[in-house]
Design a protein around this ligand. Structure first.
Ligand code: ADP
Ligand code: ZN
Length: 751
């Protein structure tokens, strides 16, 4: 037991403490500290096991009030009458209590996002539910950094060595045998010959201290300036927000690594949030080159054991730098010195299910509570961030030059009305020509289309019937690789039918429009010699597979990459010199407030993959809307100007970033029930100055997983706090059991 937490208690005392449980409870419950625990005082944050409805649960001794100054609970005797109903704490977990800032953060986050503190706590301690079970010792394999010169490299050994492409990373026997289809004996043989060595998995090398001077890059003048500023922020140990904006390939990562170095020098912890776990492999490699060790990782793809170890190491303050997905925000950091949100504009920072929250915004809150600086990094910042920087609320650093003299890619628009592809095809003659030229020069080309599968719609030529999901208001998307029609919202799928389900005509179903599988098919015919790699979430569903794809690109085993939005993120592929955007108009059609902004960011980011090193890059954009402002901006490259003008148009109507939004989604088993509650909400809508309620109206996805959906939108002036209004409005509404009201604060999706 930790002596700091527990000390003897006179047996005459019986006291209670509030314990928050990781379930949708707004408040903690009181539990009695039993005599036999022999404690006088339990510090808030202590993890305890308590009974809850016949089960044993891990809970956390909570604080009385969100931001109360004195967090150590004084234990007053429990009033007599309550005593009988209350249950006793079963035991205390022998680990450090959660840090106070984490508890403050959980309460704040629950309050802001209109959810229960218990639900947020669940995200924070989800991985330790089974913490009491001791961890079995396990071994992993690490590649020897200098392979013995006499090492015989057989085909199978090469497979292993290629696979272990993250330096100092331990790979388990099981992972290697399963993924590479080899026998364990091959691994043992390789160990004997000195190609790999064994290491206990509990001593994760990623928890060892990074060396801030392991490899110092020489920085350009503007990089140096930015670095000095950021290091200063870290040294101040105070809350501040800095937007680090720089064109793609300008060395933003290089620069913020310097701020990380400062933090390591001060023995403080660093949290780096990435929008996509797929990116973590390349990031880890870079970190290793800069600091000589791996960072700790945090994402849903890690095994439970790995996660538990990481969680514990953070609690014990043994982790220096952790890079992770949005859920890393809830880790029990004791001593954060810096938070970085890379690609801060990415909508994947928004969690849309369960507890709905925006990790970018919550990271700012976490930094504030931890009194540490936060750096928001992007080539194409979100409108909120950009406006805050322009208004002087955030510091704003800009990097204008690409590293090593690389120049920004040239962007060309192909007007699809003037240069139509062949009938039934999607690649225009100018794009085909440019692609062939690059392939001939042994450079790499990327085709981007933000649509998975083969075709987004399947239609009957005879009767016009469209194949829809029976559970959602959405079309079924053909996936030719699996010969299925799939709903991208609920994963319902059927084999592609041979006849129309409606009129029974045989062979009448035709695919309409392209997905990346269809583009791949066309590319195979058009460029028969190209070595093609497809990158979408369908084929790259783990960081390991992504790392393998990255390796193939880096080692030039492929020269034509065809991908969805997964390729738009912060990749650095030096020999990629042409990006072809297959359908630039795709995101502009919906009635989404942010359609233009999002499309511009996405296309700008994808284009930014071109020409990042020795050779200049070109971006070819296929569009039918060539005079759309988004296309004009892509040609001119004046991103900030576009955003500021776009923001200006929103000012009068106090749309974000000049106002606040909350979406209210009513869902139910029947349309009638959803409508009834939505109408009741509409009738009771708050009315006062600076507050507007739009709706109810059927959601664009009016049926989702068999639930009927209605939407309302609350919009207020920025000066008005939205949460109290919501409470006043929603708390009295008592809908039928099957009806659910979901609140989405600062929504970015309007489906
Ligand atoms: P960004 O994050 O702005 O897209 P990166 O940090 O990925 O840019 O930099 C692009 C490339 O240039 C990377 O390969 C990076 O290692 C390299 N680079 C940038 N700045 C330097 C520097 N000062 N010294 C060495 N390499 C650099
Ligand atoms: Zn569906």
């Amino acid at each position: 037991m930790n002596p700091d937490i527990l000390s003897d208690i006179p047996l005459s005392y019986r006291k209670t403490v509030p314990v928050l449980l990781p379930y949708p409870f707004k408040e903690p419950f009181d539990y009695i500290i039993p005599h036999d625990l022999k404690v006088k005082k339990i510090i808030p944050g202590t993890l305890v096991i308590v009974p809850l409805n016949q089960r044993k649960e891990i809970g956390v001794v909570w604080q009385d009030h969100v931001l109360s100054g004195n967090l150590s609970l004084s234990l007053t005797p429990t009033p007599k009458k309550e005593k009988r109903k209350l249950k006793e704490i079963i035991s205390i977990l022998p680990i450090q209590p959660l840090p106070r800032v984490l508890m403050q953060f959980i309460d704040w986050m629950a309050n802001y996002n209109f959810t229960e503190s218990g639900s947020v706590l669940a995200m924070a301690i989800r991985n330790i539910r089974t913490l009491t079970v001791p961890l079995k010792k396990e071994y992993g394999w690490i590649k020897t950094s200098l392979l013995p010169t006499n090492l015989k490299i057989t085909e199978k050994r090469k497979k292993i060595l290629d696979y272990m492409n993250i330096p100092n990373q331990a790979y388990t026997t099981r992972e290697l045998t399963e993924n590479l289809h080899i026998k364990p004996s091959v691994i043992y043989g390789l160990e004997k010959s000195g190609g790999i060595f064994k290491q206990p998995l509990t001593n994760f090398t990623q928890f060892s201290k990074p060396d801030p001077n392991f490899h110092q890059p020489s920085l350009s003048e503007e990089q140096t300036k930015a670095t000095i500023f950021l290091r200063k922020q870290v040294d101040k140990k105070k809350f501040s927000v800095t937007l680090l904006q720089g064109i793609t390939g300008s060395g933003k990562t290089e620069v913020y690594m310097q701020a990380i170095a400062s933090c390591i020098e001060q023995n403080k912890q660093v949290l780096v949030l990435l929008p996509e776990i797929a990116l973590s492999a390349q990031w880890t490699n870079r970190f290793y080159k800069r600091f000589g060790v791996n960072p700790a990782l945090w994402h849903s793809d890690l095994g439970l054991k790995h996660r538990k170890q990481t969680w514990m190491a953070i609690l014990k303050n043994e982790v220096f730098v952790l890079v992770g997905a949005r859920s890393a925000l809830f880790l029990p950091f004791y001593d954060l010195g810096l938070i970085i949100v890379d690609e801060e504009h990415e909508s994947s920072f928004k969690q849309e299910e369960g507890v709905i929250y925006n990790a970018r915004d919550m990271a700012i809150v976490r930094a504030k509570l931890s009194s540490c600086p936060i750096i928001l990094v992007s080539a194409t910042p979100s409108m909120e961030t950009l406006i805050n920087a322009h208004q002087g609320k955030y510091f704003h650093l800009t990097l204008t030059k690409r590293h090593g003299g690389a120049i920004m890619p040239r962007t060309e628009l192909v007007d699809m009305k003037i240069h139509p592809p062949e009938k039934g095809h999607f690649l225009s003659p100018p794009l085909i020509k440019a692609t062939q030229e690059k392939l001939d020069k042994n450079e790499q080309v990327l085709f981007f289309l933000n649509r998975r599968g083969y075709a987004p719609l399947t239609l009957c030529r005879a009767c016009g019937y469209r194949l829809e999901c029976p559970h959602c208001s959405a079309w079924l998307v053909e996936h030719r690789s699996t010969r299925k029609l799939v709903c991208h919202h609920c994963d319902y799928s059927i084999p592609v039918p041979l006849e129309c389900p409606h009129c029974n005509t045989k062979n009448s179903l035709v695919p309409i429009g392209p997905g990346i599988e269809r583009i791949t098919e066309e590319a195979r015919i058009t460029f028969p010699d190209a070595k093609i790699l497809v990158m979408s979430s369908d084929c790259l569903n783990s960081p390991k597979m992504t790392a393998e794809a990255v390796r193939q690109i880096m080692q030039k085993e492929v020269n034509l990459i065809i991908g969805t939005q997964i390729v738009a993120k912060g990749w650095h592929f030096p020999d990629l010199t042409l990006v072809g955007v297959i359908d630039a108009d795709l995101g502009l059609t919906g009635a989404d407030l942010r359609a233009a902004e999002k499309t511009l960011q996405l296309l700008h980011q994808v284009g930014g993959r071109a020409g990042r090193a020795r050779f200049p890059g070109t971006v070819i954009i296929q569009s039918f809307l060539t005079d759309h402002p988004v296309m004009e901006t892509l040609i001119k490259g004046d991103f900030n100007q576009f955003m500021i003008e776009e923001a200006h148009e929103r000012k009068a109507g106090f749309w974000p970033p000049y106002g606040r939004l909350a979406a209210i989604i009513v869902s139910a088993d029947t349309n009638q029930d959803a409508l009834e509650t939505a109408q009741e909400l509409g009738l009771n809508a708050p009315s006062r100055d600076g507050v507007i309620v739009l709706g109810p109206a059927p959601a664009p996805l009016s049926l989702l997983r068999n639930r009927y959906r209605q939407r309302l939108l609350l919009r207020t002036h920025k000066s008005i706090a939205i949460q109290p209004i919501l409470h006043q409005w929603l708390d009295p509404i008592k809908p039928k059991k099957n009806v659910k009201i979901t609140v989405d604060i600062d929504p970015i999706s309007f489906l």
